[in-house]
Design a protein around this ligand. Structure first.
Ligand code: SAH
Length: 400
């Protein structure tokens, strides 16, 4: 078996159960020549003194040189492990996720599958959509797909391994059918009574922002009679939730015409009164300023932008952008109005996000209070030892 021996002292993060091993921590890699270049092969990780630390998937081309499968010496990496972990992942979602047929079934490290994402749309007649984003899960792809079909009873599996992180693992970008039928252009899902059309083949991520389910529900519950502004609306997830919650009016802004077109179709799918909604194909930064100049105000504003900080070196610039939109958002709120504000940048911690928002309120000259801290839904768990897993964080603020 491939054996990776760490430098003296470099076992500390593994002893704290952090699941990644970087090249700088490695003293030597021993094994057969073909193993030493094989992407995804299982490696035994040991300390400089020869103590067992973990079994991990080796990724010879990646800056994350190995990702831990198990810290348990007694657990082999085999088909039984794959099946067991998929079974657990499915059982947990089945027990805890309600009122939707759009579910994150597997979420990377927290489900024991580093680099694997599986979303399940529309039940057994629908589709499982997978992203294999690391060498280990790529090598075990067939076994994972078989286990998914067996545990869910859904025969249709589609691959969306087209995220650029795969390139960092030396893996090509691929999409296509892994089992069963190909998804159509729109897969209909229903979440908390709202119908959405999901474009599995070309939509963002696997087609839908499943992670915002609880937050859409929260918006729905607070929307009645209110004038709503939804910034970075994509296909209108929050907008539709607000309309379902009897919002008085909803303005949705995004710079993608295609996404807005799906948003409008989603509105028709639900039979909502179209006169209550406007869809603006525009830049949010400019629109917020224009609205301020026009003296427009709203009762409820949602700011759910794209990942402004793609990596830690972008944090400062990202912080300025978050501050900018939140400052404008707070100014556009009426008294007692609500701001639902989010960051999906893993490099921005919840604490830092909180500080940025406090700075925005201060500079806007606005008093606001935090009603709730927000996060992704229960089907997006994170491991206790892996803070990188907490990418989505938000705050529900009320202007005083
Ligand atoms: N809130 C959405 C997801 C947002 S994804 C949901 O719940 O489904 C980020 C969106 O921001 C994308 O649709 C992208 O087109 C849009 N976007 C990125 N930069 C923008 C800008 N400067 N102005 C307007 N939209 C922008």
């Amino acid at each position: 078996m491939l054996t990776i021996t760490l430098k003296s002292g470099k076992e500390k993060s593994l002893l704290r159960r952090h699941p990644w091993i970087f090249p700088t921590a490695i003293e030597r890699v021993e094994g057969k020549p073909e193993e030493k270049t094989k992407s995804g092969v299982t490696a035994l990780i040991q300390s400089a003194s020869g103590q067992f630390l973990a079994r991990a998937a080796f990724s010879p081309q990646s800056q994350i040189r190995a990702r831990v499968w198990t810290f348990n010496d007694a657990e082999p990496i085999d088909h039984a492990m794959i099946k067991r972990r998929i079974k657990n992942a499915v059982a947990y979602r089945t027990a805890s996720v309600r009122d939707t047929n759009a579910i994150r079934l597997v979420f990377g490290e927290a489900d024991g599958f580093p680099g694997l994402v599986v979303d399940w749309y529309a039940g057994t007649q629908g589709h499982l959509v997978c992203q294999f984003q690391s060498a280990g899960v790529e090598l075990w792809k067939k076994a994972i797909v078989q286990a998914l079909i067996a545990e869910t009873g859904c025969p249709n599996v589609y691959e969306r391994s087209d995220a650029s992180v795969r390139e960092r693992e030396g893996l090509p970008l691929v999409t296509g059918v892994l089992a069963g039928t190909e998804p159509g252009e729109e897969t209909p899902v229903t979440e908390n009574g709202v119908h959405y059309a999901v474009d599995i083949k070309t939509g963002h991520k696997t087609g839908f922002y499943i992670d915002q389910r609880d937050n859409r529900k929260l918006v729905m519950d607070h929307a009645s009679g209110r004038d709503v502004l939804n910034c970075f609306c994509y296909t209108g997830g929050f907008s539709l939730a607000a309309l379902k919650g009897d919002a008085n009016s909803v303005i949705s802004i995004d710079s993608s015409g295609d996404a807005l077109a799906v948003g409008r179709r989603n509105m028709a799918l639900n039979g909502f009164d179209e006169t209550r909604a406007e869809w603006w194909d525009a830049d949010v930064f400019k629109s917020l300023r224009a609205l301020r100049e026009q003296g427009k105000t709203f009762d409820l504003i949602i700011l759910d932008p794209p990942k402004f900080a793609a990596s830690p070196q972008h944090v400062e610039r990202a912080a300025r952008a978050y501050k900018d939109i939140n400052l404008l958002g707070l100014q556009l709120l009426r008294g007692n109005g609500l701001l639902f504000t989010y960051s999906c940048s893993g490099a921005i911690s919840a604490d830092l996000f909180h500080k940025i928002i406090a700075g925005a309120a201060n500079d806007a000259g606005v008093d606001a209070r935090i009603l709730r801290r927000l996060s992704a839904g229960i089907d997006h768990p994170m491991t206790t030892s892996f803070p990188e897993g907490e990418y989505l964080k938000g705050l529900l603020l009320q202007k005083i």
